[in-house]
Design a protein around this ligand. Structure first.
Ligand SMILES: NC(=O)c1ccc[n+]([C@@H]2O[C@H](COP(=O)([O-])OP(=O)(O)OC[C@H]3O[C@@H](n4cnc5c(N)ncnc54)[C@H](O)[C@@H]3O)[C@@H](O)[C@H]2O)c1
Length: 363
């Protein structure tokens, strides 16, 4: 993402909050406090050029307020790029609740939080994220309509996220191998969780040879039994003789330690923040001739699903839009290859161009 302005530690000392907002060009921050329930939250609206700022609420035991502030600024900005590259009429936002998700939750707590969201009049729309659940969103919904991911609505986003990853992987195959068939291709899937299982189903149906790792033995057994996946160790996954590496568990797995070991020519998976350092590893991946599908473009199925809920669009619309991730990824990686610029940087550029033009997608 384009660096907008750098502040020295000296600037941040005097004006830590406004200076940080300026650094990433955030529009608005709402600090929320309620002594009665113990609620302490920060809602960040990064950019609303394309539409209301959508992004989930994370509940986390931050060590201090600056840590929470840094996280919400970084995450809300990330949502602007994800929503833009996905062609959605949405801006980027995010919220963090500073607290313990195991001990501090109650109906009163989330209803109070819901009233804070409502006070923003729809500029920010929330959903669940790490540390918050569907039940929490039901409580939020008692106080505001600006919440999604509710029960009986768009439902589990994992199948649609997996579909997007699958078609995005095929787009990478088209550019790397000359056609988009994954038949016979060796794919190493890291993480047999919600997304991983659905992804392996698609891969198995297409005749790919699957290698899988996880720390959950039941998930591995299911992958082996249902998709003929070969189970490998948690660290062994990086050394597998593979065509495609599909990180679907953790972030930062493309790093100084793994990059020299990965034998793949494509990296395409659902995990967020796959490159440990975008500037370093994005460039190295390109130099090694590996096609990397930028995570925020290929894993956008989940936000597409939520968008369909917000706009009351059909499940078919969401599936079509997720299938379109094929074209989005292809456009990014082709431009990356032609211009010899890392794919994450191209994806950022395309997202920024759409925001700059203030374009609206067709729905
Ligand atoms: N679910 C979605 O729709 C969605 C959307 C966008 C991005 N993502 C991202 O995709 C990733 C997977 O999401 P999910 O919903 O399937 O999560 P999940 O928790 O269901 O699955 C993650 C799996 O990774 C495994 N795992 C944990 N540590 C591991 C390790 N060291 N090595 C191997 N496996 C390990 C877990 O046991 C689990 O089975 C996450 O990074 C998530 O943020 C998910």
């Amino acid at each position: 993402m384009t660096e907008i302005k750098k502040f020295s530690p000296e600037d941040l000392k005097d004006n830590p909050v406004i200076a940080q907002m300026g650094q990433y060009n955030h529009e608005q921050l709402l600090f929320c406090n309620d002594n009665e329930t113990g609620l302490k939250a920060i809602i960040a609206v990064h950019n609303t050029v394309l539409g209301p700022a959508l992004g989930g609420t994370r509940m986390w035991k931050y060590n201090n307020e600056m840590e929470a502030l840094n996280d919400v600024l970084r995450l809300s900005r990330g949502m602007t790029y994800k929503n833009s590259i996905s062609g959605l009429n949405l801006g980027g936002g995010k919220a963090v609740i500073i607290g313990d998700s195991k001990t501090q939750k109650s109906e009163a707590f989330f209803r109070r939080y819901g009233r804070f969201i409502d006070s923003l009049n729809g500029i920010y729309i929330t959903a669940e994220d790490v540390g918050t659940s569907t039940q929490d969103m039901v409580w939020v919904h008692e106080e505001t309509n600006h919440v999604c991911g509710l029960p009986g609505k768009s439902g589990d986003p994992s199948p649609i996220t997996a579909l997007g990853v699958y078609v995005g992987m095929k787009a990478c195959a088209k550019l790397q191998f000359g056609n988009d068939s994954l038949n016979g291709k060796k794919v190493a899937v890291q993480g047999a969780g919600h997304v991983g299982q659905y992804l392996m189903k698609h891969l198995h149906e297409e005749g790919a040879q699957i290698f899988v790792t996880d720390i959950d033995q039941a998930a591995l057994k299911n992958a082996a039994d249902s998709f003929g996946a070969k189970v490998v160790g948690v660290d062994e996954i990086y050394d597998v003789d593979m065509d495609i590496y599909a990180p679907c568990a953790l972030g930062a797995t493309v790093n100084d330690n793994t990059l020299s070991r990965l034998k793949c020519s494509i990296i395409a998976g659902s995990a967020n923040n796959q490159l440990a350092d975008e500037n370093v590893h994005g460039k190295e991946v390109l130099e090694k001739g590996i096609i990397y599908a930028p995570d925020f473009a290929i894993n956008a199925g989940g936000v597409i699903n939520v968008y369909a809920e917000v706009k009351e669009l059909s499940a078919e619309w969401a599936l079509d839009k997720a299938r379109n991730i094929y074209d989005t990824v292809y456009q990014i990686i082709k431009r990356s290859a032609d211009e010899k610029i890392p794919s994450y940087a191209i994806a950022n550029k395309i997202a920024e161009e759409r925001i700059a033009a203030g374009e609206k997608a067709e729905v």
